[in-house]
Structures are given as C-alpha cells and as structure tokens.
Ligand binder design. Structure first.
Ligand code: ZN
Length: 132
C-alpha cells in the first residue's frame, strides 16, 4: 500500500518539514523493521534530508540553490519555470530510509524536507513502507 501525503506550499521556493507525517505513515503500517521510500511525483519539487533543528539551515540551502540556479536565464523551456525543473533534478525526487524498531532511523539533527521550487501549490508525497 502506498500512502499519499498532501503538502501545501505557500512560497515560490520553500523547504517544508514532513518528518512527522512520514513517521505517522510508518506507524500506520505497523512495520517494525524495513525500508521507507519517499517519492514526490512532481518535476519542480524534491525531497531531501537535512537539519531541522535550526530553521536557518533550510533557508541557507534555498538561498544558495537560488544562486546556483537563477530564476531568470536564457532558458528555452517556455513555461518559465526551468530553474524549478533544474533544482528538482539536482536535489532528487525520492529518498529511501531505514526503519528500526518501528521508527525512522535518522540522525539526531536530521529531518525530511519536501522541497518546493515552483510554488505555491498543492503537492503530493508518496510513502511506501517495505517490511524486511
Ligand atoms: Zn515547466
């Protein structure tokens, strides 16, 4: 069974902490040992893992990504959101995590972030738990 989380972004670019809803999705399955695959089915969004203790960290990540991939350039894609497509590919649309003792195996400072690069929009994140 795949569970789908609904994520609502409120800015053009934004990192949204989804650690809790992902953990809740895992709890619903009752799986104690296994893998959790997190996948977002969008071409202008991504999923990453990084520090969620200090809110400056996701802000800095966005600030630098926006410098590396400027919003305006001589892009050919007519929709006008090439920067968002490029950031999505750089960061990646999925992550796989370990489940140990029914919980996500994350480092003390790690959290899971949905990365919005072309918001604000309503988005989806699929979560699949595999026992093993
Ligand atoms: Zn596009």
């Amino acid at each position: 069974m795949i569970q789908t989380l609904q994520v609502r972004s409120s800015k053009q670019t934004e990192l949204i902490d989804i650690t809790r809803p992902v953990a809740e999705a895992i709890q619903k399955t009752g799986v104690k040992e296994g893998l959790c695959v997190i996948f977002t089915p969008h071409t202008t969004a991504a999923v990453t893992i990084n520090e969620n203790a200090d809110p400056s960290v996701p802000k800095d990540i966005l600030m630098e990504l926006n410098k590396v991939v400027p919003f305006e350039d001589r892009y050919q894609h007519s929709e006008g959101n090439s920067a968002a497509h490029i950031k999505s590919s750089l960061v990646g649309c999925s992550r796989t995590l370990f489940i140990e003792s029914g919980k996500l195996l994350l480092g003390t400072w790690q959290g899971i972030f949905f990365c919005e690069f072309d918001g604000p929009r309503s988005r989806q994140v699929h979560v699949k738990v595999v026992k093993g």
